[in-house]
Design a protein. Structure first.
Length: 149
C-alpha cells in the first residue's frame, strides 16, 4: 500500500513538472484546458470508462487535482529557500514533509470517492492511464527540449 501511495505521489509530482516543462518548451503556448481535455480523453479511452462513469468520475478527479495543485505550488516555492540558511532549510523541509502527507491524505480521500462511482479495478486502470499519459507528455516535452538545443 505504501509503495502504491509513493507511486501515486510520484505521478502527481511528474504531472506538475510536466506542466512546467511543456509550458517552457513548446513553440505554442501551453494551454492548460487542452492539456486537461487530452488527459481526460486519454484516461477515458485507456481505462475504458463508460460515459456514465466518466461523467461521475471527472468532476471528482478535477476537484482532487485543484486541491493538490495548491500544495504542489507551495512545495515548489519552498524549494527556493537559501541553502546557506539552515534554519530556513529545516523549516522548508519540515513543511514539505507535511505537504507530502497532505497530498497523500487527499489522494486517499479521493480514491474512496472514486470507489463510490466505479469499481476498484476501473480506478486502478484510471491510475495506470494517468501515469502513462504523464510519462508520454514528459517524453514529448523532453524531446522538444533536445530539438531546441
Amino acid at each position: 500500500m505504501m509503495k502504491e501511495m509513493e507511486k501515486i505521489l510520484l505521478m502527481c509530482i511528474m504531472a506538475v513538472m510536466t506542466l512546467g516543462v511543456v509550458a517552457q518548451n513548446r513553440q505554442k503556448p501551453f494551454d492548460p484546458e487542452r492539456f486537461q481535455n487530452d488527459l481526460e480523453r486519454f484516461i477515458t479511452q485507456k481505462a475504458g470508462l463508460t460515459q456514465a462513469q466518466a461523467t461521475r468520475f471527472f468532476p471528482l478527479y478535477r476537484e482532487m487535482q485543484r486541491k493538490q495543485r495548491t500544495l504542489f505550488n507551495e512545495m515548489r516555492q519552498l524549494r527556493n529557500v537559501n541553502a546557506n540558511d539552515d534554519d530556513a532549510c529545516e523549516r522548508a523541509i519540515r513543511r514539505m514533509d507535511n505537504i507530502d502527507l497532505q497530498i497523500r491524505k487527499i489522494q486517499k480521500d479521493y480514491h474512496q470517492k472514486f470507489f463510490s462511482v466505479m469499481p476498484a479495478g476501473k480506478v486502478m486502470e484510471v491510475l495506470r492511464a494517468e501515469d502513462q499519459f504523464h510519462r508520454q507528455a514528459f517524453k514529448r516535452a523532453a524531446g522538444h527540449e533536445r530539438g531546441r538545443k
